[in-house]
Design a protein around this ligand. Structure first.
Ligand code: GLY
Length: 292
């Protein structure tokens, strides 16, 4: 089966000057994930790799570059979903883990649990030998200035990926620093199974971005994969999910990416912009500028 991958770097509005550098990072992430798939790696390996690249990229609200909370602390959330086992691992409120999505994968594969939060999650990362950093190392000058300015616009730049591997397995992953100046302890949609990400290898996979509170209420990614299960392709399912969230929770300021079992890709958004890149089942890289 020809592999395919789609990645996103947020749904909101941002200055046009940021479009090109965001797109360049997204291309890199899509290429890296696709290289994993082409060398026989799994869909899980591919989405983890792609999201790790975006967690390191300072332009996105995940890992380095995460928004600060109201206390000036970075608290990060992530999830990874294995569509074949219908299993997931997730973390919320981590403060020191360089790659939160990799900790989420370790939660899924090396613990009997599904979701770790806060100090316990950071301690688990240390115990498992994952890379830790001081909280200040995640803070970029741009985000520090946003904190000083009390600028709450966004969240804009949650990252995520969905992939289909050569064996027909689907996976999804999402990672975020949450909303700017959020109340300490606030958790959005990203680490919640069915809201921030969902995958079922029989049908499709999805990863969400945008304002988490409404995505949680809509269970946006589960809704999208349910549309695929009902016979829609990936693009129609993404469109239907955004129609659903806009109908119930307008203005939803949401976006999502999707992939179906045949490797067809989709994305949709109710926000002014969404940042995406994808490599289709023919091996072609696309990074369309997308705004309403
Ligand atoms: N969608 C990311 C968040 O609201 O935390």
């Amino acid at each position: 089966m020809p592999p395919a991958i789609i990645v996103h770097g947020g749904a909101w509005d941002w200055p046009d000057a940021e479009d090109a550098p965001k797109t360049e990072y997204l291309r890199q992430a899509a290429r890296a994930g696709y290289a994993v798939l082409c060398s026989g790696g799994s869909a899980l390996d591919a989405v983890e790799k792609a999201v790790n690249i975006l967690e390191d990229a300072p332009l996105f609200d995940a890992g380095i570059g995460s928004h600060l909370n109201a206390d000036g602390i970075v608290e990060m959330d992530a999830i990874i979903v294995d569509g074949t086992a219908l299993d997931f691992g997730a973390v919320a409120g981590v403060q020191r883990v360089r790659y939160p999505v990799s900790l989420a994968r370790q939660v899924m594969q090396r613990t009997p649990h599904k979701l770790f939060v806060g100090a316990g999650a950071d301690a688990l990362a240390a115990k498992l030998g994952l890379e830790l950093m001081p909280n200040i190392a995640f803070v970029t000058p741009h985000e520090w200035q946003r904190f000083l300015d009390k600028d709450t616009s966004g969240p804009s730049d949650t990252v995520g990926a969905c992939a289909l591997d050569a064996q027909g397995h689907l996976a999804a992953a999402t990672s975020t620093g949450g909303s700017p100046l959020k109340m300490p302890g606030r958790v959005g949609d990203s680490p919640i199974f069915g809201a921030g990400a969902y995958a079922d290898s029989a049908f499709g996979a999805a990863s969400a971005t945008g304002l988490g509170e409404n995505i949680l209420r809509a269970l946006l990614c589960k809704h999208a994969v349910d549309q695929i299960a009902a016979g829609q392709d990936a693009q129609a399912a993404a469109d239907a999910a955004i129609t659903h969230i806009e109908r119930r929770f307008r203005p939803s300021m949401a976006g999502l990416i999707t992939i179906d079992q045949q490797g067809r890709l989709g994305f949709a958004h109710s926000s002014p912009k969404i940042a995406v890149a994808y490599i289709d089942a023919n091996g072609h890289l696309h990074a369309p500028e997308h705004r309403r």
